[in-house]
Design a protein around this ligand. Sequence first.
Ligand code: NAP
Length: 301
Amino acid sequence: MTTVAFLGLGIMGAPMARHLVNAGFDVAGYNRTFAKTEALVQAGGQAAETVADAVRDADVVAVMVPDSPDVRQVLAGENGVFENAKPGTLIIDFSSIRPDVTRELADQARELGLRLLDAPVSGGQAGAENAALSIMVGGDADDFAAAAPVFEAVGKTIVHVGPSGAGQTVKAANQLIVAGNIQLLAEAVAFVEAYGVDTEAALKVLGGGLAGSKVLEQKGANMLGRSFTPGFRIELHHKDLGIVTSAAREAGVVVPLGAVVAQLMASAVANGDGGLDHSALLRGVLRLSGRDLEVSSGEEN
Ligand code: NAP
């Protein structure tokens, strides 16, 4: 299992593909916008001009694209992976998509003699850059075992959470928790700023107590500096909260705070912030509070 086709070299896919090269895999990268394959080539990988070229000789096909329709297109679409992969190929979908779509694609793959794992990740851009992702995997135990060397090259916490679709369900739960965390951190930042408190000192001490979190560690400084280059785009988190709220509804589970955060995320998209990092939820809090979006400390209270 040495040849990997990596499809989708975006914020997450590019560093993950590079780590696979460094781990000794033979990596052929495909990206819809071809120019983004350049970094992989410089790292020692190869650039493929089409999905077919990338996957034809691959033992493993890794996918990292935004949403359910994109994964469907790359796998089951015309000239996609299903049409071109050799029998037995192990497909690892790292994208965060709807669990029901994953299950449907896994069934289709099985009928074609292919194997599909859902393996969405958490840890953000920093986790991808540092090969420190948390990977939640759904699918057959044997396929999970076979994929271990790939997972170990890009992640640190790697857990098989159940059958096909289970990885996506856990990822949806992950996104619920992260969104709620970010929203409350944003509210706390707006609150201490309004009182003219030294915000860096505030986040430092908050980070050492029960309020401390990875979200605070990774996103606190972004909020204080109003630096919202993604990272993780709000429009992707909006997609994920759509998955959470509809899957929870189907299961008859009520997620009241999740529903509110989903609305606030939708508001961020509606206000033109979809392309910003999700730490820009702070802008929504500032808008609701009638505050200046650009000012990083307020003395008026
Ligand atoms: P991204 O930077 O936008 O990269 C997406 C990649 O997919 C790009 O290379 C894009 O190609 C390609 N793509 C988009 N639509 C496609 C299609 N229909 N067919 C083929 N390729 C297509 O996104 P990302 O941040 O890496 O996120 C990728 C996935 O990881 C998402 O499911 C996201 O929810 C998940 N995720 C992201 C993070 C994070 O912090 N960013 C963390 C955990 C999980 P072009 O270059 O041509 O646009």
